[in-house]
Design a protein around this ligand. Sequence first.
Ligand SMILES: [Zn+2]
Ligand SMILES: [Zn+2]
Length: 403
Amino acid sequence: MNRPFSFVAGFAACVSLLVLIAATQSPTRAIPDRDVYYPGSEDLAPDEMRIVALGTGMPSVRPKQAAACWLVELGNGDKFLFDIGSGCHERLAAQKIPYDYLNKIFIGHLHVDHMGDLPSVWLGGTVMNRLVPLRIWGPSGGTPELGTAHAMDLMKQMYAWDIGTRSGVIDFRGGALEVHEFAFDGVNEVIFEENGVVVRSIPAVHGLDGAVSFILEWNGLKFVYGSDTIPNKWYIEHAKGADVAVHECFLPATLLVTKQGFAPQEALMVGTQGHTSPEQFGKVMSLVKPRLAIGYHFYNDYDTEPEVRKRARKTYDGPLALALDYMVFNVTKDDIRIRMSAIDEEVWPSPPLKKKIAPDTGSAIAFSEFTISGALGFPEIVQPLFDEINEKYGTKAEPIFKK
Ligand SMILES: [Zn+2]
Ligand SMILES: [Zn+2]
């Protein structure tokens, strides 16, 4: 007796499913979910964390992979950069985020592949409409000369000419640096606490004294960022309970020899004693047990990824991502979604969020008479350009070079 009824019910269910598919599929209607992240097109939910890999490669940057940089965006509006390695600036720009929001940078150690694009984001940011100071957190070193504060002082000196061209010429509020150096040997010490977000630092073992890893906690979510380190007891103890744990996962020594031309002994030293091999990475993650383990810091290609994954799998069988630039992780308490970004290569900086203020022209540095003597003003060409703008906007700008 039941069979015909079940058949009818089943048939009706099939028909309604087909009707539903027909209603959502159409040659003129967009397919709603294509598993691609388009920067600047999605709201963040109030309880959501979005992590974007902006640099996952090596010191020798290449079109496919910049050096270390990770963006963390929170549903409370805060955004954090962890490391700011060479080549990452263009990836950061591709996120279509106003530069005023990108003013908190945490540097795990002072290798160029972890801070190489800092000058570009700092000074380039001043002409790309950042009108707030750039805030930088970084570790002390074994001596004051090896610490972050000293490095930032010298960076300012190194870019004296660049700063000189802008002082008194543009609104230079974004050129101010707010540097927070903290003790490299602090264990799980709070180095940032604002707006419900806590960032802690733990020591790392890499290069010299003065390398650290970071732990960000907000709204019950925990993100751990390894910068560079070999396996260490602090990471394993304090990364526990992480929703997302990022840790370097270097190329195996075999590939360092065959693809990168390292001598065998050099490959072993670099690949296991200065950095973390895939097998060591897997061991770390099997002890930390994060909801998602992310390995990075290797040339991630069709032929290297399977080898790195196979070796990491010898020591770890939990959730794993081997990061590429533009990989995006949306994290909530219930879900971690992994996608790749689609990039608009013609992205422009967003308009300023604050009203620009006129600079104090008295602090501008003048050209010498010598340089001025070489300038050709071409007033017959330039004056009409000034007239065009002055007429359109009601301004009274005048060229500097009149002859
Ligand atoms: Zn390093
Ligand atoms: Zn590195």
